[in-house]
Design a protein around this ligand. Structure first.
Ligand SMILES: Nc1ncnc2c1ncn2[C@@H]1O[C@H](COP(=O)(O)OP(=O)(O)OP(=O)(O)O)[C@@H](O)[C@H]1O
Ligand SMILES: [Zn+2]
Length: 721
């Protein structure tokens, strides 16, 4: 009697288990292949994990219904990567594997594109009547994204009639053009500076061997140019490359630079793509087309088959770590992927993460230093401005306002960095001391004056703001502290003739608004930019010569051990927006702690020294990267339930080599009416920690928890509050 053939299948469920099914005689299966299986009364899409497993005794297995295609949707190396990540991050394999499929394929749709015409420019310039604005805009949209589909164009507001019209005028052509690298003779690449050349010469030579390189290049040193040169030199016409970036929409210039070099070989991957666009790009990658993919975090999980280089730009950026569900770090997975694929990975930053800096010092990563700015630009001068005894106008000191005035008078632009959006962080009653709190979280509500609303930045709660104190009805009820809206208002009063451009999550919500803002700034006309973190990232505004930091002190005394690192990175990144063109840049940092060693070191502009110092502190505290860390988080309807669950886990985790902190309530103990607590585990041995976590997860999976209790494991947490 022959044994029945059995396959183990992963489903897209948050379950830490796989499901066994009989393989019908006629079916040939491979790991990573999509199948349909009966599940209860439903039919679900599954992914084959293993074939030929032992059938569990005494169970009547159902049979697989069929395959969705004859080839594995996830080829070996991608499949192995995700299996590794599932184990490393303690996340159910099914959900990990399905993350690598586009939504359409998760739902069981066929792996082929719907017929949707794609458009290419057929002329270099559109000769059209002066009043044909929409036609010109349409032509430019196609020129900027060759291969763009009709549906994508319709989505951005063009009509099918307008598209046909351009086609009839022979300005655009239809057709799914194969991906080839077109020559870009119209745009000569700048010759690398001596410093860039020296860095370039140290870049990894072999694209068929694993190597990890940390490119530490100060802001404005021309790292992007180096990536372009590297790809141009080392990537063959039939190979694939991946360039990870923290966020695509914020820096359209970078994308444009890549497109000028590589034309439609450049494809993008980010959360704003629609399902059709995702499927189309996914298929190109899976089919091995020689794509250079510029993408955010999840791009690292895609099924590349000819991947020869991975670049992680701004590798320190915290957005590489997924904050919910499958909590992977795109950067760390990229390094492992390079290892599996035997190819180089290049991590670039002006402010490398302490993890990568440590790896470079240990000799695990090769360190390349690029410490001069490209072109004629010089590093900006940083100055601390102690505001303890200075009168402030809505947070801005006289010297700061004077510097802005001088900058504008020279016809240049200024950037003012505020770390909070909204008008003011709190509303306070100066008679009874009442502070308006979120009814659902242990946080204060932020006042947004534009719509006279109080909002919680931690949950979606909002309410109309009141003019008098809700508690004692006093009229002495006022906003306290600085938000972007308030700074914008103050600057508008002080500089009535100057355009003020606010950049934060509120002002950029509408699609295309960030592009419009950037375009305006890039005209170079004098203006003042006011904004949050968003302004710190990767922008290249040559006419910004002054950067003002309204308050630098946020991260100095935080309980989160990563706060000083993140604060310094943000300050240096935002400072790096000053003086990127021919004119020198200046940075004014307002602080109440001008003698704090972190800030005084910052003014030397020497990130390497700061990183060394912060690393020494991490070593003393036995914190990452010197030890592995994981957090088990619990949330429930009461704090008692959360703490109780973690208390049960603690003895199970206790073992030689594991240090345990907690359980303790989280810093924001109540968020959206859920009570949150955490248990922190540290160990010198990552392997041991991983085994302990596996046991905890097994226990938690089987434990009878109240239906409202949730738990997660976060490996290498970015936030420990
Ligand atoms: N060799 C060069 N000659 C002239 N200009 C250059 C050269 N290399 C780069 N540049 C210019 O210098 C500016 C900064 O370059 P780039 O944006 O690549 O820097 P970066 O290192 O990525 O900066 P950041 O980390 O601050 O984002 C850009 O305007 C770029 O066009
Ligand atoms: Zn809230």
């Amino acid at each position: 009697m022959t044994r029945p053939a059995i396959a183990r299948i992963a489903l897209n469920r948050p379950l830490r288990r796989l499901f066994d099914y009989l393989i019908p005689d006629s079916l040939e299966l491979a790991p990573g292949q999509r199948v349909t299986v009966p599940f209860g009364r439903q039919t679900l899409t599954g992914l084959v994990v293993e074939i030929g497993v032992e059938p569990p005794p005494g169970v009547n297995l159902k049979a697989i219904k069929g395959t969705l295609e004859a080839w594995p949707a996830l080829p070996d190396n991608t499949f192995n990567l995700l299996t590794w990540a599932s184990d490393y991050y303690q996340h159910p394999l099914g959900e990990c594997l399905f993350t690598a499929l586009p939504p359409a394929l998760r739902r069981g749709r066929p792996a082929q594109e719907k017929a949707d015409e794609s458009w290419h420019p057929a002329a270099t310039e559109a000769v059209l009547p002066a009043n044909a604005h929409r036609q010109v805009a349409l032509f430019n949209a196609i020129k900027e994204s060759p291969g763009i589909s009709s549906s994508a164009l319709v989505k951005s507001g063009f009509s099918r009639a307008q598209i046909r019209n351009l086609q009839q005028k022979d300005l655009i052509t239809e057709g799914a053009k194969a991906i080839t690298a077109p020559a870009t003779k119209d745009l000569p690449a700048p010759t690398l500076s001596a410093a860039q050349q020296a860095a370039s010469a140290q870049m990894p030579e072999h694209t068929h061997e694993f190597s990890a390189t940390l490119l530490y290049g100060i802001t404005g040193s021309g790292k992007t140019e180096l990536y372009l040169h590297y790809l141009k030199k080392h990537l063959n016409a039939n190979e694939q490359a991946l360039v990870l970036v923290p966020e695509i929409n914020l820096t359209p210039q970078t994308l444009a630079r890549f497109r000028r070099y590589f034309g439609n070989r450049i494809q993008v991957w980010h959360s704003a793509l629609n399902d059709g666009e995702r499927l189309s790009t996914w298929l190109k990658i899976r089919n091995g087309e020689p794509v250079i993919l510029i993408g955010t975090r999840s791009a690292v999980l895609l099924p590349f088959s000819h991947l020869r280089t991975i670049i992680v730009d701004e590798e320190h950026d915290s957005s590489y770590k997924q904050g919910e569900g499958f909590r992977y770090s795109g950067r760390d997975v990229a390094v492992y992927r390079a290892h599996l694929n035997r190819c180089p990975v290049i991590l670039g930053s002006a402010t490398p993460s302490l993890e990568s800096w440590h790896n470079a010092q240990q000799g695990k990563y090769q360190l390349i230093r690029l410490e001069e700015r490209a072109g004629n630009a010089k590093p900006p001068q940083l100055e601390l401005l102690d505001i303890r005894s200075r009168p402030l106008e809505a947070g801005l000191s006289r010297p700061t306002l004077n510097s802005i005035k001088e900058t504008l008078a020279r016809g240049e632009q200024a950037l003012v960095f505020v770390n909070r959006r909204g008008f003011a962080p709190v509303m306070m009653c100066f008679d009874c001391g009442h502070l308006e709190e979120c009814p659902r979280c242990d946080t204060r509500l932020t006042y947004h004056r534009r719509d006279h609303a109080m909002r919680c930045h931690h949950c979606d709660f909002q309410m109309a703001a009141s003019h008098t104190c809700p508690k004692c009805q006093s009229e002495n009820y006022k906003p306290v502290g600085q938000g972007t809206e308030r700074t914008e208002d103050t600057l508008a009063e002080q500089f009535p003739d100057t355009p003020i451009v606010r950049v934060d999550r509120d002002s950029t919500q509408r699609k295309g608004s960030i592009q419009a803002i950037l375009k305006r700034v890039n005209t170079g006309e004098p203006c003042i930019l006011v904004g949050t973190q968003m302004l710190a990232k990767g922008h290249d505004f040559p006419n910004v010569t002054l950067v003002c930091v309204v308050n630098a002190d946020g991260g100095l005394f935080s309980v989160d051990f990563r706060a000083p690192e993140q604060m310094i990175q943000t300050l240096l990144q935002v400072s790096g927006r000053a003086g990127r063109g021919d004119k020198p840049g200046k940075v004014l940092i307002q602080t109440c702690h001008s003698d704090h060693p972190l800030l005084t070191n910052l003014c030397q502009g020497n990130y390497a020294a700061i990183a060394d110092q912060l690393l020494a502190e991490r070593e003393t505290g036995a914190l990452p990267p010197y030890r592995a860390m994981a957090i088990v988080r619990a949330e429930a309807e009461t704090m008692q339930n959360s703490l109780q669950l973690l208390d049960t886990l603690k003895p199970m985790a206790q073992s030689p080599g594991i240090e345990i902190w907690g359980p303790l309530p989280a810093v924001i103990a109540r968020k959206a009416d859920r009570h949150r607590a955490q248990l922190i585990l540290c160990s010198d041995s990552r392997g041991h920690l991983n085994r302990v976590l596996t046991q905890l997860c097994q226990y938690l999976d089987q434990a009878r928890l109240s239906s409202s209790t949730r738990w997660v494991v976060d490996v290498d947490p970015q936030e420990t509050g």
